[in-house]
Design a binder for this molecule. Structure first.
Ligand code: UDX
Length: 430
């Protein structure tokens, strides 16, 4: 397993728990030492336990450098970062440098697996860089969500394995046999595209819901009821229908931009996808205009208390967090920000990060909930009402109980649950 980030470490620890012998490599010497001692620095439920079980059973090892990990491997997983490079394309520098390091030491007949999300055609490119006719390259994308990565790995909706050599694809699929999941065996390009097609579809679903939420506000409809009514249609499903401040994280933003690039490279214009991205940018601006409105029309000098900074609950990950994008826009208009997130310690540019939710809302002109941590539901709202300067709470995820807040004298503004005047709406649409 080359790379011990979210994907590599979860895959390594979970494969070890399925009974395989796994050697995980990283270039970060200090991290390797920490992992050997059983210290997992990623906030991922169940991962630390699996790592320690694997170490104790002797099925999981950590080494410095890819070459040492691959020497007697039957299967080599590439799990290194593929960040967004210039112009939105995935940057494959880390993949290429691993190939350069391991190509001469790979055992005869082993299989190389691309686990990182890579552009369509990368399996072929890795094969060309390897210059090893005896080593097939397989695409085996992951579908792990941060915060539930271990559960997702052990209970997958599907396993996708793509290779132009059937035997190699079957060898990789066999590693997951104990999970009993539906398995799609296909060619490498199709497997690579599954990952992008799935993540971009999820992003599109969320942008659609956020747009419907905006429409609900204008029409006086309630997005919670609208999405519930939509979701009972089994072709749509209830999940991924929760409006919010926009989608973020380490995958959806990167993968949507990358697919625009991939499509553009073959001359395919993809307006559905660019609109998905634009709608998401607009969603962040919409959140800011709501907070501005709550602050009385101007943000300069206003104190905004931010509840949540991570891109979603259950993680400490700030990568492409909509909360930070909103914070940046608020700062640009001169607001003063204090923020609290149960998972986030340390510095966030422009935000005074405090240790509890009450410290974040103290003296606030507007409180904005940006991440759906369960503990925010259980806050003592009468205490919040005493601490704030103005009683306005903008709930960008419809996460809080409006009645509970109202009982404490707070005004709750959600998303897509607007108090539009039905008569005005009727006049506008008829
Ligand atoms: C995603 C994919 O779900 C996963 O399959 C892939 O392998 C990696 O990318 P992740 O980035 O961990 O996982 O987050 P996810 O739970 O999918 O949420 C993505 C974003 O959408 C978050 O910002 C989240 O807050 C937002 N979201 C999700 C909503 O706004 N509403 C929803 O109903 C669901």
């Amino acid at each position: 397993m080359v790379g011990t980030g979210y994907v590599g470490l979860t895959t390594g620890a979970c494969l070890a728990s399925l009974g395989h012998r796994v050697v995980c490599a990283d270039v970060d010497v200090a991290k390797v030492h920490r992992l050997r001692a059983g210290h997992v620095s990623i906030l991922e439920p169940g991962l630390s336990e699996l790592v320690n079980e694997g170490l104790a059973a002797g099925r999981l090892e950590f080494v410095v450098g890819a070459a040492q990990a691959v020497v007697d491997a039957e299967v080599v997983f590439l799990c290194v970062p593929t960040p967004m490079g210039a112009g939105g394309a995935a940057d494959l520098a880390a993949v290429e440098s691993v190939i350069a390091e391991v190509r001469t030491v790979l055992p005869v007949g082993c299989v190389v697996v691309n686990k990182s999300t890579v552009p369509v055609g990368t399996a072929a490119r890795v094969s060309a860089l390897l210059k090893r006719k005896d080593v097939p390259v397989v695409s085996n994308p992951e579908f792990l969500r941060e915060g539930t990565a271990v559960r997702d790995f052990l209970n997958p909706d599907r396993i996708v394995v793509g290779c132009d050599t059937q035997d190699a694809a079957e060898r990789v699929a066999a590693l997951y046999a104990r999970l009993g999941a539906p398995t799609v065996l296909t060619d490498a390009a199709s497997a690579e595209l599954v990952k992008y097609a799935a993540n971009c579809f999820l992003a599109m679903k969320l942008s659609y819901v956020n747009a419907i939420a905006e429409l609900c506000e204008r029409l006086g409809a309630d997005v919670a009821d609208v999405t519930e009514g939509m979701g009972y249609d089994r072709r749509i499903g209830q999940s991924f229908l929760q409006p919010g401040p926009g989608w973020g994280g380490s995958c959806l933003p990167k993968d949507t931009h990358a697919l625009v690039q991939v499509a553009g490279a073959v001359g395919f214009d993809f307006p559905l996808l660019t609109a998905t991205i634009d709608t998401n940018t607009r969603q962040r601006e919409r959140v800011v205009s709501k907070i501005r409105h709550a602050a009385g029309g101007r943000l300069r000098g206003k104190r905004i208390g931010l509840l949540g900074l991570a891109f979603k609950a259950g993680t400490d990950d700030l990568r492409d967090s909509p909360a930070l994008a909103v914070a940046e826009l608020l700062l640009a208009e001169g607001a003063e920000l204090t923020g609290y997130d149960p998972g986030v310690r340390g510095e966030v540019p422009g935000v005074r990060v405090v240790d509890d939710a009450y410290a974040a809302v103290k003296g606030a002109d507007v409180v904005a909930l940006l991440t759906e941590w369960p503990e925010f539901r259980c806050l003592d709202w009468s205490r919040v009402a005493e601490l704030v300067d103005s009683p306005l709470v903008v709930d960008t995820r419809n996460h809080l109980d409006p009645d509970a807040l109202q009982r404490c004298g707070l005004t709750w503004w959600g998303v897509g649950r607007g108090p539009a005047n039905p008569l005005q709406v009727l006049a506008a649409v008829v």
